[in-house]
Design a protein around this ligand. Structure first.
Ligand SMILES: Nc1ncnc2c1ncn2[C@@H]1O[C@H](COP(=O)(O)OP(=O)(O)OP(=O)(O)O)[C@@H](O)[C@H]1O
Length: 294
């Protein structure tokens, strides 16, 4: 726990307390319903996320994955049902979570370090020593291998670097939960692989609870302890849970992706995905312009 050791050096109990990684962070969503006006998006969704679990959400476009993340982040309230973290309802206490989207969302006028210092200030309030916050921000940037870029502005960084900085900021900001909505969707394949490995390292070393949305089955299987597939039921989203049946990979990535167990499980994921997609097409697309079936 490099960061904690470093914080202890700062001799600042408040700061240490505030950024200490979580001890518990079990999430439970029970009978969640959510919609906009008359349109039902989520229908009776129940699931849990275990402490330290890497949960991946998949499913066809528009089925409500991002909406569900927004509920987990406390940005929207369910119309019915409840979400709790360690038995505390999000209706009574907002979650302490960091969020990473596809589009980096860094402040362009701040350096990488100051983007994180700002997040730490928002989290910790004022009256924290500036030097301690800067040091901590640098430590988070080193954690994501950006130690060489602490004074760079977003405009001077590649997409991969910006996304690393966004991950560092989310880690600094949220300690209960890390929510990631297609965070690597805009990156080239090599950078994407590097950041997947970074996320596995973070998940392993920091024991964060992570909920991650992707459309990429290989990425999902490589990262997840469990995959929850959203599908479009008649009344809104329904889910299927798929436990990844092999242990987290300290092994060689290429070997893993070519292994029998990986390929067999991928077939199963595709089967569920295809079923959901075909259901959606049945209900929406197989109709000609004059309303007749094809
Ligand atoms: N602010 C809003 N007002 C009305 N409808 C919305 C709003 N935001 C999202 N929706 C609708 O809610 C549904 C679910 O959207 P959401 O973004 O959660 O899906 P998704 O599964 O994340 O899709 P994708 O994979 O394409 O990102 C969609 O039909 C979308 O049009």
């Amino acid at each position: 726990m490099v960061l904690l050791e470093r914080v202890e050096e700062h001799d600042n109990n408040d700061l240490e307390e505030a950024i200490r990684p979580p001890i518990k962070n079990k999430i439970e969503a029970k009978n969640i319903q959510f919609g906009y006006q008359d349109v039902r998006i989520l229908n009776d969704i129940s699931m849990d996320v275990q402490e330290g679990e890497f949960l991946v959400l998949m499913g066809p476009s528009g089925c409500g994955k991002s909406t569900f993340l927004r509920l987990l982040a406390g940005l929207e309230q369910p119309n019915a049902g409840d979400i709790t973290i360690d038995d505390v309802s999000l209706q009574t206490q907002a979650p302490d979570c960091g969020v990473v989207f596809q589009d980096y969302s860094l402040f362009p006028w701040l350096t990488a370090r100051n983007n994180i210092v700002l997040a730490l200030k928002q989290k910790l309030g004022k009256a924290k020593k500036k030097q301690a916050l800067q040091q901590l921000a640098e430590d988070y940037l080193k954690l994501v291998n950006l130690g060489h870029a602490i004074t760079k502005y977003p405009g001077q960084m590649s997409g991969g670097m910006k996304q690393r900085a966004a991950i560092a900021r989310a880690l600094a900001y949220g300690s209960d939960l890390l929510l990631m909505d297609e965070p690597f969707g805009a990156l080239d394949p090599i950078t994407r692989i590097q950041l997947q490995d970074l996320m596995l390292q973070i998940s392993r070393e920091q024991k964060r609870t992570i909920v991650f949305v992707t459309h990429d089955a290989d990425e999902a299987i490589y990262l997840a302890d469990r995959i929850i597939m959203f599908g479009l039921g008649k009344e809104g989203a329904v889910t299927t849970s798929l436990e990844v049946p092999f242990k987290r990979k300290t092994t060689n990535r290429k070997k893993l992706l070519e292994s029998e167990e990986f390929l067999t499980f991928r077939d199963k994921v595709y089967e569920v995905m295809n079923k959901e997609i075909l259901n959606q097409i049945d209900e929406t697309s197989l109709v000609t312009a004059d309303g007749a079936g094809i």
